[in-house]
Design a protein. Sequence first.
Length: 165
Amino acid sequence: MAQRKKSWREKLADSKDLPKTGRITGKMSKRWGTGNFVIPAPLEVDALMKRVPKGMLITTAEIRAALAKKHGVNVCCPITAGIFAWIAAHAAEEAVTDATANARGKPKTTPYWRTLKTGGELNPKYPGGIARLRKQLAAEGHRVVAKGKRFFVADYQTRLAKISA
């Protein structure tokens, strides 16, 4: 019998024994330097994303820095932090869709559109793609600009939320 595919919310809740910390060794040291790293739990990334107030922003770089500080290490893994932000975005969308379908009202969900890629870039892999992100960010007073095929929040640095883990 085929296994049922996990929902986004189930993926978000599955910590897989994370967070884990370790020593930076081998090939990792070329990119990360020396010291220790953390692979965060998905819910840790989601919790930081939820704390970004309306009108403010955060980037995955700030999320990683906050998680590294929380765990007392030099670096938070950028790959897993980015993947977990993506999972949190889809879990939030899934929760809204389910609530609407079941007429339970709109739950407090993760405002994923406020989480940008490093450098202020919109993440085209978030639910609704660039079009929806632009609309949601504009509704909160942000100006989105195109640079080639990529989209960025103009002056995003002036609207970064001060969040610690």
